[in-house]
Design a protein around this ligand. Structure first.
Ligand SMILES: C[S@@+](CC[C@H](N)C(=O)[O-])C[C@H]1O[C@@H](n2cnc3c(N)ncnc32)[C@H](O)[C@@H]1O
Length: 226
């Protein structure tokens, strides 16, 4: 049997390894068994789920060297969970924490419910992130907001959710899709304007563009000044 050497990344349950083709890959240690169609690795008795930076902006952020403030016991509010691809890896990372996963599309929610069913730390919520009052009774105070809603008003959505749920000195990881905000402006200007809107409430820690994994996308990591 081929021997695979996993290297720690500094993020709980996230490892790198060298694939057969010589490329460096990422994987998270599965909290529950992966889906049948998912690419996994077996090392001893544990299963590791391959995490592809071309399919997950959070994985791209990690590969690009960002310092991601997720801990094993973090409580996370994840806005724009879609069908659960990235959120399932966040659930692997915060193995002793909780992820509240908000998604607007009922269709995506069907998949998200399937992903969450075996994961005790993942709570799916069908709601509109621009109306956080509607899920106020379902979400506790959180350490981190991860937002990837691909919408206009991204900074406003982040600020409203932070006001209700983010603890003092908690972190925001905001994925900015420049074309969702204004297709007529240059990506760089759109990102600059969104950051300006955040600055009244957040101290910006890092700004990272997600090329070559996700074109026209950037991520901002910011600390909440409550
Ligand atoms: C780019 S996808 C998210 C991909 C996901 N974060 C991942 O990495 O697997 C954006 C998602 O945000 C959802 N969305 C858009 N507007 C939203 C809103 N106002 N509230 C909640 N979800 C929203 C969309 O339905 C879509 O599923």
């Amino acid at each position: 049997m081929e021997k695979i050497e996993l290297k720690e990344t500094g993020l709980n349950n996230v490892f790198t390894f060298i694939a057969r083709d010589g490329s460096k890959r990422l994987a998270t240690k599965s909290l529950v068994r992966g889906k049948p169609d998912e690419k996994t690795l077996k090392v001893w008795n544990d299963e590791y789920r391959i995490w592809d930076p071309y399919h997950s902006k959070l994985a791209a952020l990690l590969v690009k060297g960002a310092s991601i403030p997720l801990k094993k016991d973090s409580t996370v509010l994840y806005l724009g969970a879609a069908n659960g691809t990235t959120v399932s890896h966040v659930s692997d990372i915060v193995s002793e924490g909780t992820v509240f996963a908000v998604e607007l599309s009922p269709r995506a929610m069907k998949d998200l419910i399937r992903v969450s069913a075996p994961r005790k730390n993942l709570v799916p919520i069908l709601a509109d992130a621009s109306h956080p009052v509607t899920y106020k009774n379902m979400v506790t105070e959180v350490d981190i907001i991860y937002q990837d809603v691909a919408q206009r008003e991204q900074a406003e959505i982040a600020t409203m959710n932070a006001g209700l749920f983010l603890k003092k000195s908690g972190f925001l990881i905001l994925i900015i899709k420049s074309r969702s905000i204004d297709s007529t402006k240059k990506a760089h200007d759109v990102i600059h304007d969104e950051i300006k809107r955040l600055e009244d409430f957040f101290k910006i820690k890092e700004k990272i563009d997600l090329e070559p994994f996700h074109s026209d996308h950037a991520a901002v990591i910011a600390e909440y000044r409550k």
